[in-house]
Design a protein around this ligand. Structure first.
Ligand code: G3P
Length: 228
């Protein structure tokens, strides 16, 4: 399973990228708007920082202009993936882009039926929004499991990207469901590495190591018998 960051904030991307586990980035108009900066500059910086897939979202509502915009976004970098919304226009533009070999990510997906449509237009990625399904008093993880099962049964090659993840257990459950990719905000990514017993254990190791150093500094060299 690949791990993506869901952000347009370059500092967050650079920080997580140092861990050696970041396989891509997803952006959307809301995330880009939070940067209050030139949009193309923001996208280009992300495309050059990350080796893996970077999803850039179309904003044109009609199929024709969305397709044209998709061509431009795809041309921004070899790792660019074009996001189109799960709408009739998004399907039409997405199909044209996909037929031309452009990798598309169908976003704003909330049901297995929508995920079937995304696969049928040859999408590279489908993005079900798990947390937002939960927000609507439904079961996002159940929808994700159904999508993964349907794709397996039908042999669809579209990759399932679990989006709108709100906490580490969402990532664990998405992995168990068979999602190909999880995308998450910086705070969720940062929590993946955390465990109170890791901190406690490291603290004890450091204390014990420090007291050994003090003990050795206070002794005559060679006077401490091994194993004593
Ligand atoms: O990028 C799409 C998705 O991950 C958005 O998540 O937290 O705004 O529901 P959220």
């Amino acid at each position: 399973m690949r791990l993506f960051l869901d952000t347009a904030h370059i500092d967050q991307i650079r920080e997580i990228n140092k861990w050696g586990v970041l396989s891509g980035v997803t952006t959307n108009p809301t995330l880009v708007a939070k940067e209050h900066d030139d949009v193309e500059r923001v996208w280009k910086e992300i495309l050059s920082e990350v080796k893996g897939d970077v999803s850039l979202e179309t904003t044109e509502p009609e199929a024709g202009p969305m397709y044209e915009q998709g061509l431009k976004l795809a041309a921004m970098g070899e790792n660019a993936v074009v996001k189109v919304p799960m709408t009739p226009a998004g399907l039409e533009a997405g199909r044209r882009l996909s037929d031309e070999g452009i990798r598309i990510n169908v976003t704003l997906v909330f049901s297995p039926a929508q995920a079937v449509l995304a696969a049928e237009i040859g999408a590279y990625i489908v993005s079900p929004f798990i947390g937002r399904i939960d927000d609507a008093a439904a079961d996002g993880m159940h929808a994700l499991r159904q999508i993964c099962d349907i794709y397996d049964i039908q042999g669809y090659e579209t990759e399932v990207l679990a989006a709108s993840l709100r906490h580490p257990m969402h990532v664990v459950e998405a992995a168990l469901a068979g999602a190909d990719i999880c995308t998450m905000p910086y705070d969720v990514f940062s929590k993946l590495v955390k465990h109170p017993l890791t901190d406690k254990g490291l603290d004890q190791f450091n204390k014990d190591w420090e007291s050994l150093q003090k003990e050795l500094r206070g002794s005559v060299p060679g006077s401490i018998e091994k194993g004593a």
